[in-house]
Design a protein. Sequence first.
Length: 321
Amino acid sequence: MTFVIMSRSFTNYLEESQIDMLPSLAEPIAYTLASGGKRIRPRLVLAAYGAYASDTEVVFALARAIEYFHNFSLIHDDIMDDAPLRRGRPSAYGKYGADRAILSGDAMLVYCYRILEEYQDRACYGQLISGFSQMAIGVCEGQQMDMEFEEREIIQRHEYITMISKKTADLLSAALVLGARLASAPEDQLLHWHRMGQLLGVAFQMEDDWLDYYSDHPALGKQKAGDVIQKKKSILYITACEKLDSAERSRFVELYHADLDTKLRLSQVEEIFENLSIREAVRADIEGYKAEITETMKVLSQFANIVALQELADYLAGRKY
């Protein structure tokens, strides 16, 4: 089975899966899942599993649990961000209200473990549960760090990398490692899958920051330069702070957080970014991570079939929004 057919089969499986719980809880979950998305994380599970095994349907439950966790995190993110829209339509929070969204998100998280019970007779079951739980805690830690950054003016680059490694990359790493583990990949090879997930996750988030400001094709439902408008500490902001001397940095930080007319503030930030060549500097950082991804691909290719993973990496590298 080719990876394309495998992905389509999984999509059909996901759409046909029943959510066995109180309908008023299941409805917001089904609504959130139906909003689409790129399904990157479950596709990473399929790619890592398929690198070693061919009985593809075995991995579908794990990929489903990973996708459910991702969507659980989106439900709660929208509540914390007071965001009534998600992917161009009402979010679960916007459609069903905070209380129902919180409960359905909680139920979605717990339901992941019910899905994983499909593997309870397998020798790797304990490791799957342990790895999944470790990932879940890491993502929550990353989200907490991100919120704490909102209360601070200066964020160091290493702090930003730690935050996105947890909030974004931990889930991608778990998708790859758990998929490979389910396929009985040797323990020493899992380290390379973990590194691949971390590199993909960091590059993915930095690319998101860059595209938020510089893309000519803004994502559906997202406002161009949204990070600057919301005064978020993106890699663009951190890079600008690094390039400025102490006095200039203080003026930039004051401007970035000022309650000015949005157009005026954006135009002044744009001028600073242009003078500091932020576009090129952050692009170079991203390309550096992509070079590391290529090197890790070479290592993985020595002992696994990574054609599907390469396709996904190429897709992520070429995205415009």
